[in-house]
Design a protein around this ligand. Sequence first.
Ligand SMILES: Cc1cc2nc3c(=O)[nH]c(=O)nc-3n(C[C@H](O)[C@H](O)[C@H](O)COP(=O)(O)O)c2cc1C
Length: 353
Amino acid sequence: MSFLFRPLKIRGIELRNRIVMSPMCMYSAENGYPNQFHIIHYSTRAYGGAGLIFIEATAVEERGRISINDLGIWSDEHVEAFAHLVKTCKEAGAKVGIQLAHAGRKAEDCPGWERAKKKRRGSKNSIAPSSIPFGKNWEIPKEMTKEDIEEVKKAFVKGAERSVNAGFDIVEIHSAHGYLLHEFLSPLSNKRRDEYGGSFENRTRLLKEIVRGVRKVIPDSMPLFVRISAVDWVEGGWSIEDSVKLAKELKDEGVDVIDCSSGRIIEEESIKEYPGFQVPFAERIKRETGIRTMAVGMINSLEQAEDIVGNGRADLVAFGRKFLRDPYFPLRWSKRLNIDNLIPWQYKRGFLS
Ligand SMILES: Cc1cc2nc3c(=O)[nH]c(=O)nc-3n(C[C@H](O)[C@H](O)[C@H](O)COP(=O)(O)O)c2cc1C
């Protein structure tokens, strides 16, 4: 008996299993539009058996891109291309989610593949809660005014509305990995003195306002996920206790799943990655708040994934790099477990022996 391959219903959406393709930037878009690459890349993983495909970080504002090759949904013109992508993945039996994002002080205005080679990183137009750069060779971001904050809020809400129009099943708000919303949460990057900085209540205000705004424009039947960095891995930074408290509040605001990643708020952090290193965060948040969680990070074996779901440590398991290496691992795992309804009929002969 498998726990990983059991369906899960969240609000009006039923996932065929608990296997999720984690959002991963592919730096292959122009002007934000998904193209033929995205259609093939994502639908292949959908035919590969994922229950839920998350489309990579998709910018809600043009200035909020990690690179000029990010996907974006900052205009109504983007909707049609996303609708085609979503429809293609759904035809393969997967549900499709979009990760709405704003890069904040980590925004860059060069091609994705050139970012790491640059001596001075970042963008001269980047914005952040405070004018503190991500690292020593990074541009100093502009401290956001109240008007900037209002604009960003509206951009997330419009992005969610457009996602509904494009036919997405699920919306995830990206509040992790040192991008804009995480920058507001963490005391390391947020030194504001107004109602958006200082106390826990103030630092979490923007995320909660965005969640509230998004929940209002998406249908009641549509699940809402939030990805957080459960800890900053830095002394004096955001802690797991903060995450538990935030998760409780987000649950009350209508968030359905906390997607538990970690880190990336400052350049000098040191994360020791090992198999399942972030699972304890998903487990604790789930246990202490009752909200559903998604585990991610170096989860690579069937046994590991079954342990996570079967022992109630998380409800969903997201796989990142494994899906890049091998789009078909869910099919092979289902074969090992004698589950015969996941393999597309066209591929059955490849799995006979
Ligand atoms: C190429 C690449 C791009 C990524 N882009 C995103 C992204 O757009 N949004 C996000 O939240 N995480 C992103 N991540 C992090 C992954 O979603 C995932 O959390 C991480 O790779 C750990 O999982 P894994 O060990 O299964 O790969 C990216 C990771 C990779 C390898």
